[in-house]
Design a protein around this ligand. Structure first.
Ligand SMILES: [Zn+2]
Length: 403
């Protein structure tokens, strides 16, 4: 009887899908609920082209990379955290902060260069205003806490320049925080690491727990008085890669009011691909130790990738991760952080920024309500940004009262 019933439900569901094609429904939803993606590495690609907008002109449909304005439009993107990524190889050279300033400047210049399509957003209100004018809100997220060179002063400078989140580490453990893909030296955050989190709360800068170790995530969630984000991380329970977020942390994020934005990288959303991809971190460190020439490093990374190909991964895996996080943390705590242009290739079906509606259609076909889909696409991210601003102004008001 139970089987007959579930077959009947399935038939009804398929009929519903067939009567209104989910692709059409997805396009309609995207028109009024634009995507707010947590992480895109286009600025790194532009830097690779000599930071030249002539050589890397995103006004046109490019035949390389994952991102340009025509494809952002096709994908229904309304807000994007652009990554100011700083390689950890800058630490030894003492040039992390300079590199960060340059990437922030590049993102600001990019937003200013295409005013018909983009504008820099500094607040949740900016995001809403820019989106309602039919353009894309561009926000700045720093990738790698080494950017601040152990200085709260430099952190404040980056906030003043417009950065609205900072990923506490990249792939390597820092003096004050353990990374997910390096040796744990502190068991999470040090006392200074906790100070960084508190200062970010005070500034109204989102603390990003992508890339940090699970213990660092737990420490952040103990210390932070504002909701946090994982700007580009998937679920550890489905794919046990240290870059993914374990279930106990997902529950803590729910309590904290934050959002985990699912990364599309095949190496994070597929268990077989993850096993292969885990070897990348040691290989990258070995390459960095062998040469300081960035072009040569890039070539050797490509060689490693060619020698260690990942299996094709279907886009439905990304929907699985979204569903898992929604199940464990709640639908208010899951979002999208594609990592486009920071990953060699997306899963089959999610190849670039034009493809988000495919994911929307998949969620609809799995029985998701339009209301819940809207939360995942961007409403959750916007809520968290606004809450972070509110906490900062409350903290500043209470500090002023104490003085
Ligand atoms: Zn990353």
């Amino acid at each position: 009887m139970k089987n007959v019933l579930s077959l009947a439900v399935l038939a009804l569901f398929l009929a519903a899908c067939a009567s209104l094609p989910p692709e059409q429904q997805a396009q309609r939803i995207h028109a009024s609920a634009p995507v707010f993606d947590g992480h895109n590495d286009l600025p790194g690609e532009i830097r690779g082209a000599g930071s030249s907008f002539e050589r890397y002109d995103i006004a046109q449909r490019l035949d390389h990379g994952h991102t340009d304005i025509p494809r952002l439009r096709a994908g229904g993107v309304g807000a994007q955290f652009w990554s100011a990524y700083i390689p950890t190889s800058e630490i030894a050279k003492g040039t992390s902060a300079r590199h960060c300033r340059e990437q922030i400047e590049l993102i600001r210049a990019m937003c200013a260069r295409y005013p018909k399509d983009m504008e820099l957003a500094l607040t949740a209100a900016d995001v809403e205003r820019i989106r309602s004018s039919g353009r894309i809100a561009g926000l700045i997220g720093i990738e790698g806490g080494h950017a601040i060179e152990n200085s709260l002063e430099t952190l404040r400078e980056f906030h003043a320049l417009g950065a609205r989140y900072m990923t506490l580490t990249h792939n390597d453990t820092l003096d004050w925080a353990d990374a997910a893909t390096d040796e744990a030296k502190h068991g999470g955050l040090t006392a200074f690491g906790e100070q960084v989190v508190r200062e970010m709360n005070l500034l109204g800068m989102l603390v990003d727990i992508s890339h940090v170790s699970a213990d660092t995530m737990r420490d952040v969630l103990r210390v932070s008085t504002a909701p946090v984000i994982a700007s580009h991380s998937s679920a550890f329970a489905l794919v046990p890669h240290p870059r993914n977020v374990p279930d106990d942390v997902l529950r803590l994020v729910a309590k904290n009011g934050g959002v985990v934005m699912v990364n599309f990288a095949p190496g994070f959303v597929d268990a077989e691909a993850a096993k292969i991809f885990l070897g990348f971190y040691a290989a990258k460190r070995a390459i960095d130790a062998q040469t300081t020439d960035e072009a040569e490093r890039g070539r050797r990374v490509e060689e490693w990738r060619k020698a260690n190909p990942l299996p094709p991964v279907p886009f439905t895996n990304v929907a699985d991760h979204i569903e898992h996080i929604a199940r464990v943390a709640g639908v208010d705590h899951v979002g999208i952080g594609s990592d486009f242009d920071g990953i060699p290739a997306g899963p089959v079906g999610l190849e670039d920024v034009s493809t988000y509606p495919v994911l929307t259609a998949e969620l609809l076909c799995r029985g998701w309500s339009e209301r819940d889909v809207r939360k995942v696409l961007g409403a959750n991210a916007l809520r968290v940004l606004r809450a972070c601003e509110r906490v900062a102004s409350e903290l500043r008001a209470s500090e002023a009262r104490k003085r």
